[in-house]
Design a binder for this molecule. Structure first.
Ligand SMILES: Nc1ncnc2c1ncn2[C@@H]1O[C@H](COP(=O)(O)OP(=O)(O)O)[C@@H](O)[C@H]1O
Ligand SMILES: [Mg+2]
Length: 230
């Protein structure tokens, strides 16, 4: 579905060129559940940003079902991203003063979904993450775990094919983090939404079916995880 071909990202700092990502090629299939792991500074976030077209590579390309995304105009890329990808970050990036409902229906509004329909859909996604009773609360008045669940509901509102999550449980205590993980893996299993999780948490990585390891911007492993027999 999504393929990266020889992705390289360089940053120049005062005349020096620093290669943050070095010739990464990989393919993400429908329903994939992939962890990107590696030490801090190894290039995980950079790779995720390039795959999700939040940033452009110095060289190399990203294709979606064969179409080169690197050639799209800024507005075409924005539209594609809004319709195809959902994002979850360590920092929650919510509009704090707005209600949970308003935060979640924003992607639907951007897409031009009518007001009754977007309200109905947003409430459905808010229910799906277990926050049905908090829809009218201001986002800033929620706990960290609740905020992250609002982010998941908002990601769902774009009915994405792929959810990109960068350290999604990094700001959560372990019980709350486990709940957020359960929701994400449930979406992958039940709705078939592909999941790309950036993490330095080995336990979270082990719940994915595939693991890509980066070191100093290079891919040093791409392995299938043995799944526990339940
Ligand atoms: N905008 C930037 N300018 C310069 N260097 C950057 C920038 N973004 C990331 N880097 C560098 O690229 C490397 C990889 O960063 P990153 O992808 O954030 O790593 P990770 O997510 O694995 O911790 C790091 O050495 C980081 O300092
Ligand atoms: Mg990072």
């Amino acid at each position: 579905m999504l393929s990266a071909d020889h992705l390289t990202k360089e940053y120049s700092e005062g005349g020096d060129v620093f290669r943050a990502l070095d010739e990464i090629s990989l393919e993400i299939g429908e329903r994939d559940c992939l962890a990107i792991v590696g030490k801090s500074g190894s290039g995980k976030s950079t790779l995720m940003h390039l795959l999700a077209c939040l940033d452009s590579p110095t060289s190399g390309s990203v294709r979606f079902n064969g179409d080169d995304l690197t050639g799209l105009s800024a507005s075409g890329l924005n539209r594609f991203r809004n319709e195809t990808f959902g994002f979850i970050f360590q920092q929650f990036f919510l509009n704090g003063r707005d209600s949970v409902l308003e935060n979640v229906l924003l992607p639907l509004k951007i897409r031009g979904v009518g007001s009754a329909e977007r309200r109905r859909k947003a409430l459905e996604y808010i229910d799906a993450v277990g926050l049905g009773d908090k829809a009218k609360k201001a986002a800033k008045d929620l706990s960290g775990g609740e905020k992250q669940r609002v982010c998941i509901a908002r990601a769902l509102a774009s009915e994405p094919r792929i959810i990109f999550a960068d350290e999604p449980t990094g700001n959560l205590d372990s019980a709350t983090g486990a709940l957020v993980e359960d929701i994400l893996f449930g979406l992958n299993r039940e709705k078939g939404i592909a999941l790309v999780v950036v993490t330095h948490d080995e336990e979270l990585a082990s719940r994915c079916t595939r693991r890509i390891e980066l070191k100093d911007g290079r891919m040093i492993a791409d392995t299938a995880n043995a799944l526990e027999v339940r």
